[in-house]
Structure formats: C-alpha cells, structure tokens
Design a protein around this ligand. Structure first.
Ligand code: ZN
Length: 312
C-alpha cells in the first residue's frame, strides 16, 4: 500500500489518483467482507472436522494426528478451525487462535523462537528407552508455542501461581499447575515411583533433593519462557544432572543417555511427561508435562533418526 501511494503521489495527475483511490477503497471494502474467517466448529469428531475443510487443506497428513494429540493432551481445549483471508489455517484452542502452519521455512533456531502449532510436532518424541547418542538438533518437544501455554496455564507469574497446588512428590512438597491435569499427572508419577524406590533404593538419589518446579523465567541464554514458568516442569536432583550448556560442543555429539534409569523416565512418560534427556541439547534432570507430545508419539511411533544431520 505504501509503495502504491508513494508512486501515485510522484507520477500521476490528481483525477487519476482519485479514481484509483476509489478503486482501492472498493477493493479494500471487498477485502474487509472476505476477511471474515471461515469457521469450522469441532463437535468431538476430528475426522469429520478435517473433512469439512476445503480440499486444499486435506492433503496435510499431519493435521488429523496433531489435532487428535492436542485433544488427547488438553481435553475440551479444541473449539474450532478457522481459515483466514490469507488462507492460513487457525486452530482455536481454549478461547485463543493459533496459526497451524505459517508457511515460513525456518532454521533450527527460528523454529524454536517462532514456532507454529505444526512446528511443535516437527520431530516425533521417541518412546523407546534407554537412549544413546542422538542426531544433531534432534530435540522433540522443545518447540513450544508460548501463547498456547500462557492460554492453558496462565499468562503471568501471578496468574500461574493462582493455578498452582502443592503436590507431594516422592517425599517433597512442590508447586505444580492444577490446570489440564498437570498436577494430577505429577502425583501419579510419584505414586508409580514409590514402590520402585522401595525396591531399588539406589534410585532414591534422583528424587530425594529436587532442583525445582515453578519458576517464571526464560530458558538460559534465550528469550523464550521455560516451561518452569507455567509450573508444568520438574527438575530432579541437580547432582545427577547433565546439561548441554555445561559441556563442550564436541561432548554433545558423544553424550550417552544410557546410564539414566529407564524406570524413572518411563514412569514420567506414562503420565504425559517428556524427558529433556531425549534432546540432542540434553537436560537430563528436566521433565515437562507435554501430554500432546506423548499422545502424538503414541499415534505415530518413531524410531530415533540415525543420521547425524539435522532434518530439513
Ligand atoms: Zn528444568
């Protein structure tokens, strides 16, 4: 628009400018009418919802599994899909709208900084344990649409604090978000771990001193909010932890997760948590409640890619 008016001011007689301005105004009003989003309500049937979309949206093979994973992870959050005037699909979740696929080709870092809903499922979290070396930049679940988590759990430290309850976790009292089943899931992990720790006392050192749950803060070295901000992540004993920022870049390539107790990882995964140890950028004390990522992994079981190169 600025190019057009600038060009008009420089090179055209006034009457012609008026005519063009009128045409533009008419075009603009037509655009206003057509800019009303086309809405498709969700009625507990994702296949039917997908089938109600125009043909051009049906070829996306990930759409149905992603919507199913979001619905499994966050029951009752999905309300509708909308098609915007620019033909972008919006996912209406818990009263807000999120772009499904912005169509932008992103680098690894850009995907972390500005993900759309589809980017959150770019890599499939592997449910197999234990995990040894991983391909470079294999970080399933590390892409998070920040606005979605603000909508689900609270958009400020005080809002999240109001949603927190105290959970007894393996002898520790911790704050965790009560919304969307997060606190309940952490309680269930503790219930699963209790007999395990009685049977294998050597595992107690992982959970006898925790490094924290709720903390409204950015991920170290980034502008992105950590999932600890939403009180949906827990760090186990820091003495047992390995974190990618604490090692040299060459150690990232050779780092093995094999010595981590798979029983603990599996207990968390059973209740919708992902483990930071399954990221190439590892954070082995970190577990976060991401039931949509676990649901997606179950619907499309994936082996860990064997190549050492980043996926396109
Ligand atoms: Zn953490």
């Amino acid at each position: 628009m600025h190019y057009v008016t600038g060009f008009l001011r420089r090179g055209l007689p006034f009457s012609l400018i008026s005519l063009l301005a009128l045409l533009v105004a008419n075009l603009y009003s037509a655009e206003s009418v057509s800019s009303t989003n086309h809405r498709f309500e969700y009625h507990d049937d994702i296949q039917a919802l997908a089938l109600s979309l125009p043909d051009s949206f049906r070829h996306d093979q990930k759409l149905v599994p992603i919507l199913a994973a979001l619905t499994a992870g966050y029951p009752k959050a999905l309300q509708a899909l909308e098609i915007r005037s620019d033909q972008r699909l919006l996912v209406c979740l818990a009263g807000q709208k999120f772009i499904y696929d912005d169509g932008i080709t992103k680098t690894f870092e850009q995907r972390l900084d500005n993900p759309d809903i589809k980017d959150m499922f770019y890599q499939t979290y592997p449910l197999t344990n234990p995990t040894d070396r991983l391909p470079k930049d294999f970080d399933p679940g590390r892409c998070r649409v920040e606005g979605l988590f603000m909508t689900l759990y609270g958009d400020s430290a005080s809002a999240v604090a109001r949603n927190c309850v105290v959970v007894e976790f393996c002898g520790n009292s911790v704050k965790f978000n009560a919304r969307y089943g997060a606190a309940e899931a952490l309680r269930a992990v503790s219930t699963d771990l209790t007999p395990l720790l009685a049977q294998k006392p050597e595992l107690r050192s992982y959970v006898n001193k925790l490094a924290g749950t709720f903390n409204w803060r950015k991920v170290a070295g980034t502008g992105r909010l950590s999932n600890h901000s939403f009180a949906t992540a827990i760090d186990l004993n820091v003495d047992k932890a390995a974190y990618w920022r604490w090692v040299s870049p060459t150690q990232l390539e050779t780092f093995s997760r094999k010595n981590w107790p798979s029983e603990i990882i599996e207990a968390f995964e059973r209740h919708g948590f992902i483990w930071g140890g399954k990221w190439w950028h590892f954070d082995t004390m970190h577990f976060e409640y991401r039931p949509e990522i676990i649901a997606y992994a179950k619907s499309a079981p994936a082996r860990i890619p064997e190549t050492q190169t980043a996926q396109p």
